[in-house]
Every structure is written in structure tokens, then in C-alpha cells.
Design a protein around this ligand. Structure first.
Ligand code: KG4
Ligand code: ZN
Length: 352
């Protein structure tokens, strides 16, 4: 039941290949309740290219936006006239894809005469966790692992204070999954099939490198392109010798390297910075070995671990609605209707 002071926030996401519309209710004491989370994905249209094709994604957003909106309103059991604010991803992401979501959000905000909040997709991934586990502590570390990003973030305030303390210097973790899947003949996106195959494989079968873990390497930065090349060379070597590719072992050994490096660096960062909570989000957070190893290592180090359910980890509109609700609760000034998109929006700019 809505009270007079409750607010309904609608979130729109279109930065990559998922058109997401989410709806949350912001209660008078700041609690945020998820009312709807509808996603239309164009992933199947990109599969044969082995990665997201920007023009195809933009066209798919255009076609999916209104039907996804209608499904979200239906799921929440509300009409547009109940919406009190609109939040939208304005960056980072694909330029054309972002434009579709931002244009739609402006149109809805203008037509409904409600405030518009242009928000950062990466901060949205962190906000997703609050939908499942409640408010974040005053300080936490976030490990953001997706197809486009791999970052360690210090989050002091979701409504404004997010600082990057490390990031990948080449491929993102999800990108490495997608490229390795292509090398060994598994479908795109590579994360889910590699995760599944790895369960049957031996993680110690092949010793793949651990990127940027030498004594003089940057402590909190990541590198996955050497790992991807090592997998390619190893597979080529097998083929040259006329030997079969043990797909399950390759997957398990590759996955072990990714999970080992991500969790070791995240736990080390939390420990050195004296931060007691680690949040892992983004598409790769759905990985079973990453969450399993993070659980073990966080328990050993006395760190609380929060990993939202897979549906909230991958791109969705609910996380954008949640971030919008945090901004409304914090009394942040809304964006102008001239809100620009910014494909390279830095993570410390939580709203525009
Ligand atoms: O966050 P997301 O949905 O979109 C981006 O913003 O990129 O992440 C997509 C990425 C893809 O690279 C996909 O292969 C990876 O997340 N992914 C996984 C798993 N599920 C999705 N990676 C490893 N294990 C998984 N179970
Ligand atoms: Zn994402």
C-alpha cells in the first residue's frame, strides 16, 4: 500500500544489449522495494558475431522500449500516472544504445511532468545489491565485473562518493570469457557455458597465468588479455600435435585463473583499506566459482560478502530505478531535460 510520502521511481537501462525497465517504491523511511524488473535482451541477434554489434543493439532498444515499459507497469500493477521520477542510464555504454534510453526517459519525464535523473550505469550495478540485501554500510568495496568493465570501487555514498581504486588495463573479465568461449567453440556470451563446462573439469589441469600478480605489478589493477592469449596458444599447441581439446579442463583452468585473481585482489584491497564489506556485481558475478572462492576468502579475512542474485547482477532497469531512489532520498537535484549521453562517463560521476 502506498502512503502519501511513498515515491514510485522508474528506471530505464539501455547502455549495451539489454533494454531494462525497473520500478521501485521509495518508502518514507528510505526503504526501497522492488515492484517490477523487465528486461528484453538482443543477445541472440549478436551471437553469430561473437560480440555486441552497436547498430543492432540500438535498433533492438528502439523496438523493445515501449513493450518492456508496458510489461513493467503491468508487473508493478501501476499506470504511468503513478510514477514520481524517472532515472535513466546516461553512461558509460554504447553511444547509440544510450541515446535510445535517454530519449525515451526525457519523453516520459516531460509528458508526466516528473523529475529526470541521468545516472551512471556502473553505480547502478552497485545499487542493485541494495534491492536484495538492503542499505549498504557507510563504506564498502565493490568489485564490478561485466562484459565491458572490471573495476574495484570504494563506495562511501551511493548518491555521490564512489572512487575507483583499480581497473583492468586491457580486457574486461566478461570479455575474456567471451573471447575464450570463441577460441574453444562455445557460444556467445561465453560466461554461462564456460561456467557449466568448468564444473566437469579439473581447475589444476593447465597452469594458466595470473595477470598482474608479480611483486612490482599494480596491486589493484587487472589484466586478462595475456590469459586469453595463453589459452589460445595452448589450444593451438594441442591442435598442432593432433591432440583433442579437453574443453572442460580448459574452462576450469581458465576460470580458476580469473576467479583467483579477482578475489585475491579484492580481498587484499578490502584488508589494506580497512573496509569490512565486499559487494560483487555485474554479469560475471553470476559465476559460480567466483562467488564460491570469494565466499571462502572473505570468510577467512573476516569480510562480509554481498553478491546479488544473478538476475540483478546482469544489466537491468531495476538497478537504475534503485540508484534513482537513492538520489531522490538524498535530495539530489534532478538532471535537466537537456541531459546528454556520455559513452565514457567516469565512475566517480554518479549522476549528471
Ligand atoms: O553486466 P552484463 O550483463 O553486461 C555488461 O554490462 O557487460 O555482463 C555480461 C557479461 C558477459 O561477458 C558474460 O559472458 C558474463 O557477463 N557472464 C558470466 C556469467 N554469466 C554472464 N561470466 C562468467 N560466468 C557466468 N556465469
Ligand atoms: Zn553492466
Amino acid at each position: 500500500m502506498n502512503t502519501v510520502s511513498d515515491k514510485i521511481i522508474l528506471g530505464i537501462e539501455s547502455s549495451c544489449d539489454e533494454t531494462g525497465v525497473g520500478i521501485v517504491r521509495l518508502g518514507s523511511t528510505g526503504e526501497i522495494t522492488l515492484l517490477a524488473d523487465q528486461v528484453a535482451s538482443s543477445v541472440d541477434q549478436h551471437a553469430r558475431f561473437g560480440g555486441v554489434v552497436p547498430e543492432v543493439a540500438s535498433r533492438a532498444h528502439l523496438e523493445a522500449m515501449v513493450p518492456t515499459m508496458d510489461r513493467a507497469l503491468d508487473e508493478a500493477g501501476i499506470s504511468l500516472s503513478n510514477v514520481d521520477a524517472i532515472a535513466v542510464t546516461c553512461g558509460p555504454g554504447l553511444a547509440g544504445a544510450l541515446l535510445v534510453g535517454v530519449s525515451a526517459a526525457k519523453a516520459y519525464a516531460a509528458a508526466l511532468d516528473v523529475p529526470l535523473y541521468g545516472v551512471n550505469h556502473l553505480a547502478g550495478h552497485v545499487a542493485a545489491d541494495t534491492l536484495q540485501h538492503g542499505a549498504l554500510p557507510s563504506e564498502c568495496l565493490a568489485l564490478l565485473v561485466s562484459g565491458g568493465h572490471t573495476q574495484l570501487l570504494k563506495v562511501e555514498d551511493l548518491a555521490g562518493k564512489i572512487t575507483e581504486i583499480g581497473s583492468t588495463i586491457d580486457d574486461a573479465a566478461g570479455e575474456a570469457y567471451d573471447k575464450v568461449a570463441r577460441i574453444i567453440g562455445l557460444p556467445y556470451p561465453g560466461g554461462p557455458p564456460i561456467d557449466k563446462a568448468a564444473k566437469q573439469g579439473d581447475p589444476n589441469a593447465i597452469k594458466f597465468p595470473r595477470g598482474l600478480t608479480g611483486p612490482r605489478d599494480p596491486k589493484f589493477d587487472f589484466s586478462f588479455s595475456g590469459l586469453k592469449t595463453a589459452v589460445a596458444r595452448w589450444v593451438e599447441g594441442q591442435e598442432a600435435d593432433g591432440k583433442p581439446i579437453p574443453v572442460d579442463d580448459v574452462c576450469a583452468s581458465f576460470q580458476e585463473s580469473v576467479a583467483d585473481v579477482l578475489t585475491a585482489k579484492a580481498v587484499r584491497a578490502a584488508t589494506e583499506l580497512g573496509i569490512g564489506t565486499l559487494v560483487i556485481s555485474g554479469g560475471v558475478a553470476a559465476n559460480s566459482r567466483l562467488s564460491g572462492l570469494a565466499r571462502e576468502r572473505c570468510a577467512q579475512a573476516g569480510i562480509e560478502l554481498r553478491v546479488p542474485r544473478p538476475r540483478l547482477c546482469t544489466d537491468n532497469g531495476a538497478m537504475i530505478a534503485a540508484l534513482g531512489a537513492h538520489l531522490v532520498a538524498a535530495g539530489v537535484r534532478p538532471s535537466s531535460l537537456e541531459l546528454p549521453t556520455d559513452p565514457g562517463l567516469p565512475v566517480d560521476t554518479v549522476y549528471v
